[in-house]
Design a protein around this ligand. Sequence first.
Ligand code: ATP
Length: 214
Amino acid sequence: MAEHEIPRATAKRLPIYYRYLKLLLDSGKTRVSSNELAEAVKFDAATIRRDFSYFGALGKRGYGYDVEALMNFFGEILDQDTLESVALIGVGNLGQALLNFNFHQSSNARISAAFDVNEDIINSIQAGVPVYAMDDLEDQIAAQRIEVAIVTVPSAAAQELADRLAKAGVRGILNFTPLRLDVPADVRVQNVDLTNELQTLLYFINNVSLPADK
Ligand code: ATP
């Protein structure tokens, strides 16, 4: 659908809204207020109302939001009905864990192809996902219309791989390596540096004291 640009922070909250609305609908609830939503998803009500306002006036004063309409609306934006095929490259410890996880619950994405250089696992099925040789990368991406790739190879191999992925038509990369990838402007990279996340948490725990009354 042709939508106007929405803030990145809002876009990141959409799947959370969607999942919660689905839960509400499954439990038979037909309407919800921004305050109730705020309590459940832990964003403040003003943020929620502002997020929703980007999509036009969806709520009615004194009534709140229609759960099903809102859920369908976000579902459409998130393209929840089409299952997005995702590639995973590098079936090491982390890659294997992500294959096992496979984003199945309330998600519109699933890993449909994995790739590695390790002959021991090429042509095997890992957690229900076929592992291909790196030579098959471009062909599989084209055949399965894959637009998103998860990168869990060693850092040293990541840039070369990103170049290949971009050339093959991949539009989004979930990068689990600490390396900052250089990609063309039409490719989006989301970095997930788990070590860094843990270090940040440890830093706050050890260096930032809580207010005295907490
Ligand atoms: P991690 O815990 O980070 O997944 P690991 O110790 O299991 O790491 P790594 O050496 O980081 O293994 O490699 C991750 C995976 O990437 C391995 O399965 C390895 O065979 C694979 N790999 C290494 N180089 C390449 C490459 N150039 N292209 C594709 N896969 C690669």
